[in-house]
Every structure is written in C-alpha cells, then in structure tokens.
Design a protein around this ligand. Structure first.
Ligand SMILES: [Fe+2]
Length: 274
C-alpha cells in the first residue's frame, strides 16, 4: 500500500493570492510580504501524484486545507483536488473552520455529521485514524478528554491492525520557536494512550511546513512539507514567523508487511540545475 500525504495547502478564494511573511532573521529586519499562488502549487502537486508509478492508493491532506476557513476557499480546494485519481481524506488544521469544512466535504461519507472531525478509514491494509486538534480562532491545537477518549476506544477496537494516526499539530516541540509557541496542548495525554497501542505505526502531522521526525510513545511522529511555502529552518530562539521557498513537496508512506512502513519525503516540479 502506498499512501501520499500532502499538507498545508492554504488555498484562498479564486482570483486572490496568499500573503506570506518572508522576513529575515536579523533582529531589526522589517516584515516583508510575498504573495504566492497556493492553488497553482497544489495543482502541480496533484499532477505529480497522478503521474507517480506506482500511483498512490490513497491521499491524505493533514490540515490547513484553506487559509481562512471560508466556503469559497473550500469550494476552490475541492476543484483542485478533484483530478486526483485515488480516494482523498482530509482533516482540519488551525486555519480551517469545522463547520465549513464539514459542509464542503460531507458528501464523502467519512466525516461525522456533528462534533469533532474524527473518523476511521477501514478499507486499506493500514487503518487510518484521523484526529481533530482544532481550537476555533486559535493557532495552537489541543486534544481534549473527549477527543482522546474517542481515540483510545478507536485504537482498542482494532488492536491487531497496523494503524496510522493523522493529526495537524505534531505532539512534540521542534526547536522552531514560533511554531513551538503554537503547538499541541496535552501531548502527554496522547502519549499515554498511544503507548498502550503498539499497532500505531506512525503519527502523520502537518503544521510545520517541513519534514521533522521524533520518537513518540513507542512510535514515530513526523511532519510533512507544505505543497507551497516552507517554514524557515531557524533553530535560533526567535518568536517571529518566516517562510522560505525551498522546493515544495509531499511524503509517500510505503507499507509492505514484510518490511514495515517506510516514509519518503519528495519534492515535485523540476529542480534540475540552472
Ligand atoms: Fe499551515
């Protein structure tokens, strides 16, 4: 089984551009903005995934699907994802709005009709368990007792099936100060549950706009690059956000029972030498 993960697509309304801060890291640097066409980036990611051999069996989108949670943005996103030649499953990030997301993707049949946008997908060799870390109006995330209780029951229901957990906010600090200031509350509660369910092969996250991995509660948790703008790799304590335009990418998670789950971070487009 081959699962593609795209994330942080940040789609805006048709005819508008995403505004992205690209300031340097000098203390006195002024904020500089650059406008980018996140839709064009996503269209290229979609073309790239469709052209892969072998083609992924499924694609997941791990949050920050759109930038402002608006219906017009979700409609735009749906049109951009429509050409994908495999099933697609989405989860919310901090830029999403639960109600509008549910409205836009409800006809897929996998999102619950009310409450948190948490669900399981049982149709593949790897079971998918999707979590909702959204706190409306905030950039940090959380898993409250209700959401964690749902996860514990979902994992207990199928203890023998290799499982991927999908969630937007990674359950660990990365050393990138700005993003760590908007991290996940109650990662310890998640660790307590995941540690009791060894079938969890991986926790797949977004939010960081780059690939970062960490051991977590007996499994591996990781983030994937954005299909558009990447967060600057800045390990100096600095509370400001800054994006860079490294090659955009996605991750491919290859599951073969005899070799386990292997994760590849790939870039798309032609990045050959000038
Ligand atoms: Fe994002």
């Amino acid at each position: 089984m081959l699962l593609a993960q795209i994330t942080d697509t940040h789609i805006v309304a048709p005819g508008t551009l995403f505004r992205c801060p690209v300031q340097g890291t000098a203390p006195d640097a002024e904020r500089i903005w650059r406008e980018i066409d996140t839709a064009r980036y996503l269209a290229r990611a979609v073309s790239s995934l469709n052209a892969l051999v072998p083609r992924p069996d499924v694609t997941v989108v791990t949050g920050d699907l759109v930038d402002h949670g608006e219906p017009a943005e979700y409609e735009h996103l749906r049109r951009l994802l429509a050409p994908l030649q495999m099933p697609v499953f989405v989860i919310p990030g901090n830029h999403d709005a639960r109600g509008n997301l549910r409205e836009a993707f409800g006809d897929g049949g996998y999102l619950p009709a009310e409450g948190y946008l948490q669900y399981t997908i049982e149709d593949y060799p790897l079971r998918l368990v999707a979590l909702d870390t959204l706190i409306p109006g905030k950039h940090d995330g959380m898993l409250c007792a209700e959401r964690l209780g749902w996860l514990d029951a979902a994992l207990a229901a199928q203890p023998a099936r290799p499982t991927l957990i999908l969630m937007h906010h990674p359950p660990f600090a990365t050393g990138i100060t700005y993003m760590d200031n908007f991290g996940l509350a109650n990662a310890a509660g998640l660790a307590e549950i995941v540690g009791r369910h060894p079938q969890v092969e991986r926790i797949l996250c977004g939010h960081l706009h780059r690939a970062i991995d960490r051991r977590f509660a007996g499994t591996v948790a990781g983030t994937a690059p954005s299909t558009a703008h990447q967060i600057r790799l800045n390990l100096v304590p600095d509370p400001r956000i800054s994006f860079v335009f490294e090659p955009p990418g996605y991750q491919l998670h290859l599951w073969q029972p005899e070799t386990g789950l292997v994760t590849h971070t790939a870039v798309f487009d032609d990045w050959s030498s000038p």
